[in-house]
Design a protein around this ligand. Structure first.
Ligand code: TXA
Ligand code: MG
Length: 317
């Protein structure tokens, strides 16, 4: 039976929190994408998250908390982590830090590693749910493993609707890309996944940061092709090829495409990020040969957009 979808009433939050405390799964909105939540201290609930997503067990989850105080019960914060959390939390930044001994977190949540990724989401429903539950919530993006992350409640209902106790409806997610993942557990900060807290902002606060490809540590989840639509994706397209649909960016688009959706007509990267996954889903139809994407500048949020697009283009077809 499909899970009931509920708008943000106090009663819906209380019901969702009761499901979580009983070890059941709840999908909920965050400012980045929808999450598939389970009690991070309950090994069985966490195992269920992996099963429902079809996610490989070597790929750890992000633990969600209301703020720094609760995060410090789960992880050991160093000076850089304090600075980052104070500046960017609540917000789209996950910090990889050493797990605190005796933290009570499921070891499966961090895939047996001695680190844990943790963040405080900046979304009123996510905050209300975390506070009502009173426990850390492990939540990957609420899509089937390997698919594009959900930015609207219909995406969640399509892929996981019959697998969760409840879906909280917060409307479209404002950021639209998954959180930045920053590893602060080693000697040098390392960017594991670019996101809305940009490399430029992090460098300004923390100094030099190792990037993927620098020989920096990698996230287990970033090792394989990810975020793949069914159609092939062609990047930096400047002309049409037969049967292609286009994701356009900025003023004007080359002619000859079968269909065009505009990530942002004004060239606004935040608008493009918020539209990216929903538009990829809308164009992912067998009547087209391919999804072509116009060039996106490799700066600020553009890095995160290009990262997700490169992964979409890597999908096995
Ligand atoms: O915006 C987000 O982060 C969303 C919302 C729901 O909060 N969640 C999300 O979770 O994107 P997920 O599971 O789809 O992505 C988590 C990423 C993966 O690439 C995973 O490998 C990495 O974080 N990660 C988690 N724990 C880690 C750890 N201890 N060390 C290194 N990477 C880790
Ligand atoms: Mg994901």
């Amino acid at each position: 039976m499909p899970a009931p979808t509920s708008a943000a009433t106090r009663q819906a939050i209380a019901e969702a929190a009761a499901h979580l405390r009983a070890g059941r799964l709840v999908a909920f909105p965050t400012e980045t994408v929808y999450g598939l939540g389970g009690d991070a201290t309950n090994e069985r609930a966490v195992a269920e998250i992996f099963a429902v997503k079809g996610r490989p067990r070597f790929n750890p989850l992000i633990v969600h908390v209301p703020g720094l105080a609760q995060a410090e019960n789960c992880a050991v914060f160093n000076a850089a982590a304090h600075r980052a959390a104070k500046r960017f939390w609540p917000g789209p930044l996950s910090l990889v830090l050493p797990r605190r001994e005796g933290c009570g977190l499921s070891s499966l949540a961090s895939a047996g590693l001695d680190t844990v990724a943790i963040r405080a989401p900046d979304h009123p429903m996510a905050q209300a749910l975390l506070r009502a539950t009173g426990r850390p919530i492990a939540a990957p993006s609420a899509n089937r493993s390997g698919r594009v992350s959900p930015t609207a409640v219909v995406h969640v209902a399509e892929e996981l609707g019959d697998k969760v106790a409840m879906i909280l409806d917060g409307g479209p997610t404002p950021v639209g890309l998954e959180s930045t993942v920053l590893d602060l557990s080693g000697a040098t900060p390392a960017l594991l996944r670019p996101g809305a807290v940009t490399l430029e902002l992090l460098t300004e606060l923390l100094g030099p940061i190792a990037e993927p490809g620098d020989g920096a540590p990698k996230s287990p989840g970033m090792l394989r092709a990810h975020y793949a639509p069914n159609l092939p994706v062609r990047l930096a397209a400047t002309e049409a090829r037969p049967g292609e649909a286009l994701l356009a960016f900025g003023r004007g688009a080359p002619s000859g495409f079968a269909e065009i959706l505009w990530l942002s007509r004004s060239g606004d990267l935040a608008e493009a990020a918020a539209n990216l996954f929903a538009m990829l889903r809308r164009l992912d139809r067998p009547c087209f040969t391919r999804i072509a994407v116009m060039p996106i500048p490799e700066r600020g949020l553009g890095r995160a957009i290009n990262d997700r697009l490169r992964r979409a283009a890597l999908g096995e077809h």
